[in-house]
Design a protein around this ligand. Structure first.
Ligand code: ADP
Length: 170
């Protein structure tokens, strides 16, 4: 009798600031969810960016945005990404690429993570051309001046930005 095949679950981590999550991010998450058994979206505090939303708020918005995807979970951590990956027994980092500028930065990060832990692979997913121009900063800029972000984020994210910016102007 042959032993049953044991299948090591394929776990990917999609790290980012997600301040806030856009439909461009969601597109990457939906596509990654088809390729891996589990996708952990890790919401991070990027010290070089001044966030609009707290990590907790960003996690909450991300949970609402990905609620229809059963193999996607939302987390955050304060450690080196490669250490977190070990802890979660994840082997793959997912990142999205929109432009050549993204590529240069991403290549540097992927090479650094490769050096820190050769077991870990970074996989890049090309943006859906529909969202190639879309970034969290652009969405915030539009929302700040009361422009419409209807096709760029979920209604929950739209509402959260409106209430943030109206609090700020009170
Ligand atoms: P970070 O601060 O890590 O760059 P972001 O939230 O800006 O965090 O982006 C997280 C990841 O999502 C990055 O890999 C980024 O290139 C990717 N990304 C952002 N916007 C889009 C988009 N419109 N299409 C595809 N990938 C995207």
């Amino acid at each position: 009798m042959t032993a049953p095949l044991t299948h090591q679950p394929r776990i990917a981590v999609y790290p980012g600031s997600f301040d806030p999550v856009t439909l461009g991010h969601l597109d990457i998450i939906e596509r990654a969810a088809k390729q891996f058994d589990r996708v952990i979206v890790a919401v991070l505090n990027n010290l070089s960016k001044k966030p609009l939303f707290t990590v907790e708020e960003r996690k909450e918005l991300m949970k609402e945005t990905t609620a229809h995807l059963p193999n996607v979970e939302i987390d955050s951590f304060r450690d080196l990404l490669v250490n977190y990956m070990d802890q979660k027994q994840a082997h793959v980092i997912v990142r999205g690429i929109r432009t050549v500028t993204d590529f240069e930065y991403e290549l540097q990060m992927a090479s650094t993570n490769q050096k820190l832990n050769p077991r870990i692979e970074t996989i890049f997913m090309m943006t859906n051309p529909k969202y190639s121009y879309l970034s969290s900063s652009m969405v915030k800029e539009i929302a700040r001046f009361r422009g419409s972000v209807v096709d760029l984020v979920t209604p929950e994210v739209d509402a959260a930005m409106r209430s943030k910016y109206s609090e700020m102007t009170e």
